[in-house]
Design a protein around this ligand. Structure first.
Ligand SMILES: Nc1ncnc2c1ncn2[C@@H]1O[C@H](COP(=O)(O)OP(=O)(O)O)[C@@H](O)[C@H]1O
Ligand SMILES: N[C@@H](CCOP(=O)(O)O)C(=O)O
Length: 329
């Protein structure tokens, strides 16, 4: 469930009226997603029926980052990437505010894109996602804004430290030792001299809309930042190339994803050599946020925390020397 903010019909109509998109016909809360409140908006503009996504940003999104996220969408859409455009209001602003004081929140109206998120990807779909990821990497090369990755190695160390060894071992008896070993290993080996640029940083299946094997939408750019492009490849690899619970690696999806990426943007030898260590980082990044949420989400919260062990298993897989060849050309 992800509608945290209540908006009455009159308030919703008044919000839509501030954009030049026609008259509000319907507004339906969207259940998917966990971070922000989203509605599917239908309007009528003359003869044209139009659809949009209205997002009200909740506490997890830093409002000062919105110009980066929303301008990035416009930049990529203008370069034919499959991302939704931001609808600017009548005054030209990409986002507006509702409420006052503590209840003040930002909102944006985003183009609706067709498609569904797949749960059992095929190699053709993995190939298409790899290609779409490379397309945004190339298309954002001349994007003038940048954003520091707030979920980098020091942040994983902090989050996992906050979990405490005891907390991690309450999730799984072996998790504390795994985390300690891997964090120590990553700290000495993390590359810094690889090509960097704008990365999506969270391209899970639920953030890709598809029709058949075609990518119709890359969405949810709210972790996008400036970091190593090859790191984005392995985040996507970790998200797409395993069974949900992380117990099964899918080599055919792995090959297809990397081939699709390289058909658009070939990896350098240095990037390819770094993929195994970057993949361990990607696995620990999602293990860190999931373990933190697992231990800190109140029992009566609206959202169910995601399973950290699904990424502990991926981490063990990537760290196993027997699997070091999975990224070989
Ligand atoms: N531009 C869009 N076009 C179509 N559907 C979208 C679009 N943006 C979001 N959605 C729908 O809204 C859901 C939640 O959006 P998302 O940005 O992933 O929210 P959250 O950041 O809260 O996870 C998505 O799973 C998708 O169903
Ligand atoms: N992809 C992350 C969760 C991020 O949440 P989102 O709803 O904003 O995509 C994970 O699986 O841990």
């Amino acid at each position: 469930m992800a509608v945290y903010t209540r908006l009455g019909a009159e308030e919703m109509s008044a919000i839509i009226e501030t954009f030049d998109v026609g008259v509000l016909i319907s507004a339906k809360g969207i259940a998917e997603g966990v971070s922000n409140s989203n509605w599917l908006i239908e309007t009528q503009q003359g003869e044209q029926a139009r659809r949009f996504i209205l997002t009200v940003y909740e506490s997890r999104t830093d409002i000062s980052d919105l110009p980066f996220f929303l301008d990035l969408l416009d930049h990529l859409a203008a370069r034919d990437c499959p991302v939704p455009r931001t609808m600017h209001d009548r005054g030209g602003a990409s986002h507006r505010f509702i409420g006052e004081g503590e209840n003040r929140k930002a909102l944006a109206l985003i183009e609706f894109l067709p498609g569904v998120s797949v749960s059992e990807p095929t190699p053709a779909q993995a190939r298409a996602v790899g290609a779409a990821l490379a397309q945004i990497h190339l298309a954002s090369a001349d994007f003038e804004k940048s954003r520091i990755n707030s979920l980098d190695l020091p942040a994983w160390q902090q989050l996992l430290g906050d979990c405490t060894r005891e907390g991690l071992e309450s999730i799984d008896p072996d998790l504390g030792a795994l985390v300690e070993r891997e964090l120590a290993g990553l700290a000495g080996q993390w590359p810094s001299d690889l090509p960097s640029g704008v990365i999506h940083a969270d391209l899970f299946t639920d953030n890709v809309l598809m029709l058949g094997s075609k990518v119709t939408g890359l969405i949810d750019f709210y972790f996008a930042c400036t970091d190593l492009l090859a790191y984005d490849v392995v985040v996507t690899h970790a998200a797409w190339c395993f069974s949900n619970d992380g117990t099964q690696f899918r080599p055919e999806l792995s090959r297809a994803l990397i081939q699709g990426y390289e058909a658009v943007r070939p990896l350098s030898d240095a990037e390819r050599a770094a993929l195994p260590i970057l993949a361990r980082g990607a696995a620990i990044r999602f293990l860190a946020t999931r373990a933190y949420d697992w231990l800190n989400t109140p029992e009566d919260a609206l959202v169910t925390p995601k399973d950290p062990m699904a990424f502990a298993r991926r981490l063990e897989f990537y760290a196993d020397p027997a699997n070091s060849g999975i990224f070989a050309a």
